[in-house]
Ligand binder design. Structure first.
Ligand code: SF4
Length: 279
């Protein structure tokens, strides 16, 4: 018989809400056990025989997927892979860049990705250097393969808000990309330059932008991103004036031919992670 959250709470757990498991209530703990496979013995107040008795029932319902929270990354991965699986790899360089390699009968696309490159077949995507891509990175790359247009960047830059249907994403861009970058590199422009150079960024200090820098990244062959960073301290006649730092990401106007809005958000966050040394 399967164990629901209510069964577990009502019949098994002590219901003391002592928080020793790290959850604020026994009910919250029960929900994590049933939907996220949190081990039952994380609660230190259960007899080993009870844990053993429940384990069989829990293992059976986990195997059947009963009440388990959906694995969104896996769902998205399967969907994106299916979308890309019908693509002819040989057509891709013209659309999204990269070069074709041959391995036996198999055609592989080698696509530059940040400072390295990825190897793409209809069945899989791997990093050329053998390190792992996260599932979300694979989803992102499959989406690019499926959607990527053939246009080259025009050099006309736009903020996210200037693209259609992005209003709901502006807050995420500020909260998850711009503010963390400001926090990390406030008064540390030289560190930003160093990190950006490490991941292939090209630094520009324009004369008429003496107060800020712009950094050009090419995470994908036809998808450039410009990061603007202002962190100024001006010496005027009245002394030193500090201004709050500002960060802005700009995208080539053709980006929406190559990536959907979710993928643009993913790429922006990935860039932030790389700059901030996050995994
Ligand atoms: S440790 Fe056990 S008894 Fe305490 S709150 Fe967690 S589930 Fe409830």
């Amino acid at each position: 018989m399967a164990l629901s959250v209510v069964d577990l709470y009502r019949d098994i757990l002590p219901k003391t809400n002592c928080k020793d498991c790290g959850y604020s209530t026994c009910l919250a703990f029960a929900s994590m056990v049933v939907s996220e496979k949190l081990p039952l013995d994380t609660c230190p107040h259960l007899e080993p025989e009870i844990i053993e008795r429940c384990r069989t029932e829990l293992d059976e319902q986990y195997a059947a997927g009963k009440w388990l929270k959906r694995d969104m990354a896996q769902d998205a991965f399967e969907w994106a892979r299916e979308k890309a699986s019908s693509m002819d790899i040989a057509d891709l360089p013209e659309r999204i860049g990269g070069q074709l390699l041959k391995s036996g009968d198999k055609i592989i696309l080698e696509l530059p990705y940040f400072t390295g490159s990825v190897l793409i077949t209809n069945e899989n995507i791997t990093k050329k250097d053998g390190s792992e891509l996260t599932r979300w990175e694979k989803v992102f790359l499959y989406n690019h393969i499926a959607q990527g247009g053939s246009s080259f960047p025009t050099g006309k830059w736009k903020g996210l808000i200037e693209f259609p249907n992005t209003v709901s994403k502006i807050k995420s861009m500020v909260d998850h990309v711009e503010l963390p970058l400001i926090e990390r590199f406030k008064r540390k422009t030289e560190e930003l330059i160093e990190k950006a150079t490490e991941i292939g960024g090209i630094i520009k200090k324009d004369k008429d932008q003496s107060s800020g820098i712009s950094i050009l990244f090419c995470p994908l062959p036809k998808v450039p991103i410009k990061l603007m960073f202002w962190d100024i301290s001006i010496n005027d006649d009245f002394g030193n004036v500090d201004f709050d730092p500002e960060v802005k990401l700009l995208f080539d106007e053709t980006i929406i031919e190559h990536l959907d809005i979710e993928s643009i958000m993913f790429l922006s966050e990935r860039l932030k992670q790389l700059l901030c040394d996050e995994p």
